[in-house]
Write a protein that binds this ligand. Structure first.
Ligand code: UDP
Length: 469
């Protein structure tokens, strides 16, 4: 019998942790399903990816920026997480300069399939010209994508004033948003149109979600004529508990504060008594806001692990002494899914990035929702309103500083909260069980991944048989 070559899939992520980490996880999933998976990224991102793929059969292919673009990212800081928001435009100038070398790479290597971030919209034409199926990765679940489809199609938000609420039309739930909560991505309509057109020319969409989390939205999303979508998540579960890859997800995590945090969690006697606080890989709060978070966590009385990205901020004198034995601050990067899966952790204060949302769901803990930008406000609606596993922090007007009382109150509600709190925890546990079942053999995400890989194999076989000898 002829040996069937493994399907060669190139994963080409946007260089930002919220896009790169799930694609690396997805590559691991594909490789477990027998595909030969390769991550294509730039040398400056190697330290973030290499530790995450160690011990797996996922390959790494490094594609340097052309010299003129590399100059825009001095010191090899080739990821959005390394730069302030004000420098993001410069990053994207460099990002677009990758196009010729990436096209040349595809011509030379001819993978059987590419999975590219939506922002590499031009890869749709490049792949089509070479007969390579392209899968799009948006990085969001189907709920936020259905909301965005509705806003893009109907423009409901455009007629509203900043703080005016409006109903999102054409979706199964009654979801209200304020215009100030609509993602700033809608300011770039031309880009949205371009990405949409590119998606229409592609093989389909891979979604980091699972069917039972948002069944009506998965259906609605797939109902759009011409769109095919496979829900393959939560991809974070590709990193088994106890494996080294869960520790090194997104970087090597050699920070001694991480070690201290893990020891501290191990020493906590009461399950579910610590709240984990992290606002993602890009967000930087002002010092005044961080002071309020610090005081709110202290006031809540709960144990906490808090990840602070701002290198320039320090808590007021005496703070760390006061919370010693109860609170741990990690400066920089933390192994989020490892911490979330620790039995001592019973709640998650999150900025509601899609990955964090899904990781909170997979960990089975209630969330305190504190969205800051992009589609995070929409994800908050899913967490609190649709799934019923979250408590929103009281935020006041857009951009206002959230006060310590509001932080303490929301944490207390999520971690305690009487019968209502117990009901939320119960639901969170149920969703976590569904998430685990989805990626197990025979589960919905497992079957979607297997089915997709099978289709791609058939596509390759047909293309090969149609080729003249
Ligand atoms: N993350 C992490 N450690 C950190 C901060 C973030 O592992 O200290 C990971 C987190 O687990 C998630 C990703 O980075 O997988 C962040 O993605 P998300 O969509 O939640 O938010 P973004 O950073 O894109 O706003």
């Amino acid at each position: 019998m002829a040996v069937v070559e493994p399907l060669r899939v190139f994963f080409i992520p946007l260089m930002s942790p919220g896009h790169m980490i799930p694609m690396v996880d997805m590559a691991k999933l594909f490789s477990r399903h027998g595909a030969s998976a390769t991550i294509v990224t730039t040398p400056g991102n190697e330290p973030l990816v290499r530790p995450s793929v160690a011990g797996s059969s996922v390959d790494l292919l490094l594609l340097p920026f052309p010299p003129s673009a590399a100059e825009l990212l001095p010191g090899g800081r080739e990821n959005l997480t390394f730069m302030p928001k004000s420098d993001h435009a410069r990053f994207f100038d460099a990002f677009f300069a990758l196009r010729p070398s990436l096209e040349a790479l595809l011509r030379a290597r001819r993978p059987d399939c590419i999975v590219t971030d939506t922002m590499y919209a031009w890869t749709a034409d490049a792949a089509a010209a070479l007969g390579i199926p392209r899968l799009v990765f948006h990085g969001h679940g189907t709920f936020p994508q259905c909301v965005h489809d509705s806003l893009h199609l109907r423009g409901t938000h455009k007629k509203k004033s900043e703080e005016e609420s409006f109903l999102v039309e054409g979706i199964p739930d009654r979801v209200e948003l304020r215009k100030s909560e609509v993602s700033s991505i809608f300011q770039w309509e031309a880009a949205l149109d371009f990405w949409k057109e590119a998606e229409e020319k592609s093989f389909g969409v891979v979604v980091n979600s699972f069917y039972a989390l948002e069944p009506e939205y998965a259906e609605l999303y797939r109902r759009k004529p011409g769109r095919r979508a496979w829900c393959v998540g939560p991809v974070s579960l590709a990193n088994c508990k106890g494996s080294t890859s869960i520790r090194s997800r997104g970087g090597n995590n050699n920070n001694p504060e991480v070690e201290h945090c893990l020891e501290r969690l191990d020493s906590v006697g009461t399950a579910g008594s610590v709240v984990y606080v992290c606002f993602g890989s890009l967000n930087e709060f002002e010092p005044e806001q961080l002071d309020e978070v610090a005081s709110g966590l202290e006031e809540s009385g709960y144990g906490f692990v808090w990840v602070v990205r701002n290198s320039g901020w320090a808590a007021e004198e005496g703070y760390e002494e006061r919370v010693k034995g109860r609170g741990v601050i990690i400066r920089g990067w933390a192994p989020q899914t490892l911490i979330l899966s620790h039995p001592a952790v019973g709640g998650f204060v999150t900025h509601c990035g899609w990955n964090s949302t899904l990781e909170g769901v997979a960990a089975g803990v209630p969330m305190v929702t504190w969205p800051v930008e992009y589609e995070q406000f929409v994800n908050e609606k899913l967490i609190c309103q649709v799934l019923g596993v979250g408590v929103g922090v009281e935020r006041g007007e857009a951009g206002a500083v959230v006060r310590k009382e509001a932080v303490a109150k929301a944490v207390a509600e999520a971690m305690g909260g009487g019968r209502e709190g117990e009901r939320r925890r119960e639901k969170a546990r149920e969703y976590a069980a569904m998430a685990a079942a989805a990626v197990e053999e025979g589960g919905s995400s497992y079957m979607d991944t297997a089915g997709l890989i099978q289709e791609l194999r058939e596509f390759r076989a047909q293309a090969q048989s149609a080729r003249p000898n």
